[in-house]
Ligand binder design. Sequence first.
Ligand code: ADP
Ligand code: MG
Length: 377
Amino acid sequence: AEKMLYNALVLLVVACPCALVISTPITYVCALALSARKGILIKGGSHLETLGRLRAIAIDKTGTLTEGRFRLVHFLVSDPTVFTRESALALVAGAEARSSHPLAAAIVQTALREGLDVPRNVRDFATEGEGISANVDGKQVQIGNRRMADKHGWILPPKAGEEGSLLSAAAEWEAEANTVCWVAIDGKLAAVLGVADKIRDEAADAIKQLRADGVRTVMLTGDNEGTARAVQKQVGLDEIHAKLLPEEKVDFISKLKDECVGAGTVAMVGDGINDAPALSRADVGIAMGAGGTAAAMETADVALMDSSLLKLAQARALGVAVLTKIRQNVALSFATKIAMVIAAAVGYAPLWLAVIADVGSMLVVCINGMSILNEPG
Ligand code: ADP
Ligand code: MG
């Protein structure tokens, strides 16, 4: 009976899963500490595992691949006898003064710098995801991307050559990665404008690293096709999808997730209010910390404090390291337990050995988990 009691005690110690239970949280905590030190804020350890299994990453263009600091560089009116550059730009600036989009500020600043009289009488301001509309000084002013222009039929087939020249100018500006907006006043095309943004210095390197890691890179943008293609050329993304509304970004993330089932996870990187729904739909949402909107930061699971895109590959690498450590720890904890059960079964398992194996394996998994703090990079 004494022998049976002794064996029961041994089994009790063997059955205690200390190492198994402690291995994952300790790895999480150390990895989260390390990532915070690198300026990557992660709202929970499980997101690290998701990052470690990354298969595809969808990236917003404006403010994410680019800095989102615009300058107005082109402004062309369709018929100077109807609206001169000055009168059209003043009306546009009047409407844009109500918008929070980064390109709006650039337009307003230019108008003010040129000493134009920007109308303050603005009513019925509305944003539509692809542009804005407002009643400025009694005139209906609409500004938006190509999709908005096509929806309202502003761009007529080139007959007198005027619209044709605007189209070719717009195509030229887009090829230089500028964002092109079409302007209609009282329902008729009045002007087309081009604002320049700067592609982040590290964008091309960051995308190269991700692709080298076997991650599919996809740009999702509300901007026009030509601009998206120009940025793709400079940055080297696998795919681009342009003229998307916020809800279409969400749909695309769902589609990407379906395609990646079994192969890995999908991340979305963005900065804007319009990216928030897509950030929450992705397996892991990543927000740009510096310059990003509060909505994006709140919705996202990860925030890049200085908005450096190089942190994307770093976060993934850390996720991979976490997965490796956790797998090693689980394997080790099971192996020691199984060895002890076998030893107990064949009759050689003193209580002291069971205790040492239990505490020992716990120490080993702790040290292994903590060693993540020494990960390079
Ligand atoms: P992205 O998805 O690249 O971040 P956005 O969704 O912010 O781009 O914008 C999509 C497009 O909608 C812009 O490229 C622009 O053409 C148009 N747009 C949005 N807001 C405005 C605005 N205030 N004035 C003019 N056009 C705008
Ligand atoms: Mg954006």
